[in-house]
Design a protein around this ligand. Structure first.
Ligand code: FMN
Length: 328
């Protein structure tokens, strides 16, 4: 998720049981031009694997070049974005627009699959317009062109994030292709994951917004339902996330970037609402950490344990540029 799936998020996802994590989407044009911010997306830590890095663009040759860079950076899977509904992306002929241009979409997948040894996967929406079934025609063509798996978020691009994901389409797609299909959209609990898997025959589920500020949901999906995490644990995970993000992108950027995460972590009845607002107003992440420790004193012990279990930081990686995408 653009503006969300930073390294700290991905590493946390792996730690809580995700079998595979994915980067934010990376512009192939940005990689082609050596844009320093874009190159920052190619920072991969040892404990993220297996990791997919997602690229977007509309030119097969540029996408192939980007795929090679992504593979060289250490990605285990090269994922192609045919789902982004955001205008900034679709107006360039990339993202969900390609569902309306199946020939070009197939040429992109073919060029990327030829360029790398890593498996190539594709993420798509159902189509551009509400009620569209484009994914059912485009999907098999992409498999023919070399896609080793398909992820379907069965909302239209027009829908953005409104309405619900129609997983009857996921079930139809599963019938039409002989590669693993990953079901994505509104999977927010173990029960929902089980229902979607059972009703679609999908090989796996992908969890997006449900894991924002709530890595515990991943653990319940893998290990079984569990009580809500204690305040101390929530505060400790958030502090670890804050520290890692500051290390990743520097204090100035991280301080702004992290604000949305405070609501995600502290909501769900875990902390009183004014507390979140208080954190958002604090200027530095050190002040945020101090407030969290004051509100949940037991967090210090949990945090110490978590930090002890963290793998050592790869200093070489820290020298690479960093960036954050606007979100979308
Ligand atoms: C803030 C945000 C950023 C996203 N960025 C991407 C992206 O870069 N690439 C992508 O394939 N999907 C992106 N998505 C879509 C999600 O991957 C997912 O398909 C969608 O949110 C539905 O799943 P969910 O209901 O589990 O969130 C994004 C979603 C959100 C909310």
């Amino acid at each position: 998720m653009a503006g969300v799936s930073v390294q700290a998020f991905r590493r946390q996802g792996r730690r809580f049981g995700a079998g595979l994590v994915c980067s934010e989407m990376v512009s192939c044009a940005g990689l082609h031009h050596g844009n320093e911010r874009t190159l920052g997306y190619l920072r991969i830590a040892a404990d993220e694997h297996p990791l997919a890095v997602q690229i977007f663009g509309s030119e097969p040759a540029l996408m192939a070049e980007a795929a090679r860079m992504v593979e060289d950076a250490g990605a285990d899977i090269v994922d192609i974005n045919f789902g982004c509904p955001v205008r900034k992306v679709t107006k360039t002929g990339a993202g969900a627009t390609l569902l309306d241009e199946p020939d070009r979409a197939a040429r992109i997948v073919s060029a990327v699959a030829d360029a790398v040894d890593a498996p190539v996967s594709v993420k798509m929406r159902r189509g551009l317009e509400d009620g569209s079934r484009a994914c059912l025609d485009v999907g098999p063509r992409l498999v023919e062109a070399g896609a080793a798996s398909l992820t379907l978020h069965p909302r239209s691009a027009r829908q953005m994030y409104t309405g619900t994901a129609d997983h009857t389409l996921t079930a139809e797609l599963v019938e039409r292709v002989d590669v693993p299909v990953i079901a994505c959209g509104d999977v927010t609990s173990r029960a929902r994951a089980q229902a979607v898997l059972a009703s679609t025959g999908a090989a796996a589920v992908m969890v997006g917004r449900g894991a924002q500020g709530n890595p515990w949901v991943l653990r319940t999906m893998v290990e079984g339902d569990a009580p809500e995490p204690a305040r101390e644990e929530v505060a400790a995970e958030l502090i670890l996330f804050v520290r890692e993000t500051v290390r990743e992108m520097g204090e100035r950027r991280a301080a702004g970037f992290l604000k949305k995460f405070y609501g995600w972590y502290l909501g769900r009845g875990r902390f009183p609402r004014p507390f979140k607002q208080e954190l958002v107003l604090l200027e530095s992440t050190d002040a945020v950490i101090e407030r969290l420790l004051a509100a949940a004193p037991g967090a210090a012990g949990v945090l110490a344990r978590l930090e002890e279990e963290q793998p050592p930081v790869d200093d070489r990686l820290l020298e690479l540029p960093v960036s954050i995408y606007g979100g979308g």
